[in-house]
Write a protein that binds this ligand. Structure first.
Ligand code: GLC
Length: 727
């Protein structure tokens, strides 16, 4: 971790020259806030005692970087937080420029009399997705399809490293929304339609922050449970709409994920734009203070959504009354985000008029400062450049590819069209076959995302070409022009183009667009079996076309590692994904959810796999009874020069495993001890087979083995796992 003397020098200089307006505490505080060995509570007490009202108001103010036209405003207005909204970017767009930008703004904050570092937030919702070259993971709906909370935690850890490498300390993620109506433009930001599934994926909070909470690991970034509460339950799926539920229903469907996140020590909660039975969440004291802070015991800070308080009175802009209502309801930090000067003035007026008690201001500051101290921002305020190189790293892309593999849901496979033979002559078509932008979706390089070659990655077509025996036998035409009966199969990659938030609301039809339908018609006319790969942020209304499709894979929004899709198409990974959302038979069924009595096209939790022996290119080293398994590695202890790891082998299939093996490249590492497995190493690769006592793994079950090793614990490649079902 890079230490900086900058902070202590600035404070020492200002103190010596008397340039600080800090009031010396009336009585000697239990600790000096600059003492990193002191208890956080004592540091907060000391700092609060030194702060002026303007210092405290500044801490509660979050400004969009693009609105800060004079960088010195960060110091002048004591801004406690800066964000980059969805369209925030830097030029040139790379990790180094982001880190330099962050450091320059942080130096402004450190130049203030008390030198309180600012905290910088961004929507890293499926990777450091504002940074060109970053690893882009599947959006949450695909991660929900993996049913693999441990994998999702590891993704959080990898994202935290890439975000830290850009200097940024705080991600506005995860969205713990329970999407109940697929018309909602943010359905893909949800892990699924049930509170149980969404709650299970709150493991990503530990990935972002560390298992010991904010600051518990060097790459820790503050996580945000959002959007509290009921954003996924609005009537008709209208974004920022009205959630019309009884309190019992609201608590049953939408509260559990937030309860889990709070228990995992999530550092911040973002308030939903939506309303509950007509009352705006941004002014809802019962839900924000009594339930979230009181009943759930949330001890982090509550941040508004983008200009969220402006909506309280139904008129544009914000007023002192709205400021008071929001902060008295329990908001601690306001994402203004543009007119921060007006906001600061209004907040000061509201406090001076007695409409916001000083106790509320102090409580908000205590919450914010506690997280800043826990994150270590006072000791390490500038970018830790040791993480900058992790942005888009091979190890992270491997992890993302594993997530893509596990997120694919096989919905139809008549006649065993899948897996495809790598020796086949293939025709690939569809607007999303060769389009990183489409396969990444919204919140990628810009708020709404957009089609095209927007960032480095592997498209589905590139994955196919890399997998086959002879790439010259793969023909691509976006519209299907040129196909004839000479092809073994056609792969049509179709679906939705990128969108975000309300612009993605679908109030009318939810089927494929005209281009896709025309492409599919062309392919079908050739008589060649068509495999449809659906790249979309939600289930689509495809029942009418389904009879013409021998095979269908829901790919969701896989991100930059399209090779994970081709891994499934060719059987290099047998599909294990399960639907995170009930799939409508008709758009007229929306909302449609598990156990609601309606008759869906595919049930929540549905997902096929390949029967053993369907491998079209039999691998001579593969036993006929091979079944897929997954192996995930967790570093449980690390020391200089070595580490201890635990590997969990999981059977995601439907058939009991009678044996397994996990293999991975060691790189420069050497295994010094291993238990609950039988190790062989050759050619720099470790292969661990089960011990006699842990070869049996029931469907959905797990077993573990562990090892110690010399070398770095960073960027461990995920082991490849092969299971066996023959005795
Ligand atoms: C947006 C979204 C929220 C996001 C915030 C900052 O409007 O509702 O999810 O974190 O603004 O970009």
């Amino acid at each position: 971790m890079m230490r900086t003397a900058l902070l202590s020098a600035a404070v020492a200089f200002l103190t010596l020259t008397g340039a600080t307006n800090a009031q010396p505490p009336a009585e000697a505080a239990a600790a000096d806030y600059r003492d990193s060995t002191a208890a956080v509570d004592d540091r907060v007490d000391d700092l609060l005692a030194r702060m002026t009202l303007d210092d405290k108001i500044g801490q509660m103010t979050q400004a969009d970087r693009d609105a800060i036209l004079t960088q010195s405003d960060v110091a002048t207005y004591r801004l406690g937080s800066i964000l980059s909204g969805g369209d925030g970017t830097v030029s040139p767009n790379n990790a180094q420029t982001w880190a330099d930008t962050y450091d320059n703004l942080q130096r402004q904050a450190l130049s203030t009399p008390l030198g309180i570092p600012m905290i910088y937030g961004i929507d890293a919702v499926h990777g450091a997705n504002a940074v060109r070259g970053a690893t882009i993971y599947p959006h949450n709906i695909g991660l929900g399809a993996t049913r693999d909370p441990e994998l999702v935690e590891r993704i959080g850890g990898a994202v935290a490293e890439e975000v830290s490498g850009t200097g940024i300390d705080w991600t506005f993620a995860p969205c713990l929304c329970v999407a109940r109506n697929d018309r909602w433009g943010r359905t893909y930001e949800s892990f699924g339609e049930t509170p149980e599934l969404v709650t299970s994926m709150a493991t990503i909070v530990d990935g972002f922050q560390g298992t010991g909470g904010p600051g518990s690991k060097p790459s820790s970034v503050l996580a945000t449970a959002k959007h509290y509460i009921g954003d996924g339950g609005t009537t008709n799926g209208t974004d920022q709409g009205n959630t019309q539920l009884t309190e019992a229903e609201l608590r049953a469907y939408h509260l559990p994920p937030f309860k889990e996140a709070v228990e995992r020590g999530v550092g911040s909660v973002m308030v939903s734009f939506s309303s509950w039975n007509g009352a705006k969440l941004h002014g809802h004291k019962y839900l924000l203070t009594d339930v979230l802070k009181g009943e759930l015991g949330f001890d982090g800070f509550v941040v508004s959504d983008w200009a969220g308080i402006d909506q309280l009175d139904g008129r544009t802009g914000f007023t002192g009354a709205e400021v008071s209502q929001a902060i008295n309801a329990g908001l601690d930090m306001i994402m203004v985000p543009n007119d921060y000067k007006t906001f600061i003035g209004l907040l000061r007026d509201e406090v001076n008029a007695g409409r916001i008690p000083m106790s509320r201001i102090d409580d908000a500051n205590r919450r914010i400062l506690t997280k800043k101290f826990e994150l270590g921002l006072f000791e390490h305020p500038l970018t830790d450049r040791s993480y900058t190189g992790t942005v888009g790293s091979a190890a992270h892309r491997d992890l993302a590819r594993q997530a893509v593999r596990e997120s694919q849901v096989l919905l139809k496979n008549d006649g065993g069209v899948l897996p495809l033979a790598k020796s086949g002559k293939l025709f690939v078509a569809g607007k999303s076959a060769d389009d990183i932008g489409n396969q990444s979706g919204g919140w990628t390089m810009s708020w709404q995302g957009h089609s095209g070659d927007i960032t480095p990655g592997t498209t589905v077509l590139e994955g196919i070409r890399a997998a086959v025996t002879d790439p010259s036998r793969v023909t691509f035409d976006r519209y299907g022009n040129g196909i004839d009966g000479s092809y073994t199969a056609a792969v049509a990659v179709v679906g939705e183009t990128p969108y975000a938030e309300g612009r993605g609301d679908r109030t009318g039809a939810m089927g494929l667009d005209t281009e896709d339908l025309q492409t599919l018609t062309r392919l079908r006319a050739s008589g060649v079996p068509v495999v449809v790969v659906l790249v979309s942020g939600r289930p689509l209304d495809i029942a009418a076309q389904l009879p013409d499709w021998p095979a269908l894979v829901a790919a969701w929004l896989p991100g930059t590692e399209g090779g994970g899709v081709s891994d499934v198409l060719f059987g290099d990974y047998r599909p294990t994904g399960k639907l995170p959302m009930t799939w409508m038979r008709s758009v007229s069924q929306q909302p449609i959810n598990v156990a609601d009595g309606k008759d869906p096209l595919f049930e929540y939790g549905y997902g096929l796999t390949y029967d053993a022996g369907t491998d079209p290119d039999p691998d001579p080293d593969r036993d006929p009874g091979d079944e897929s398994c997954t192996a995930t590695t967790k570093v449980v202890n690390a020391w200089s020069g070595g580490f201890q790891a635990e590997v969990t082998v999981r059977n995601p299939g439907t058939v009991q495993l009678t044996g397994w093996e996990a293999a991975w490249d060691l790189g420069s590492r050497t295994i010094t001890n291993l238990w609950n497995g039988q190790l062989t190493t050759s050619g720099g690769r470790a292969t661990v087979r089960n011990s006699p006592w842990n070869g049996t793994v029931p469907p959905g079950g797990t077993v573990t083995f562990g090892y110690t090793a010399n070398g770095s614990a960073d960027n461990l490649p995920p082991p490849a796992c092969t299971g066996a079902t023959t005795p």
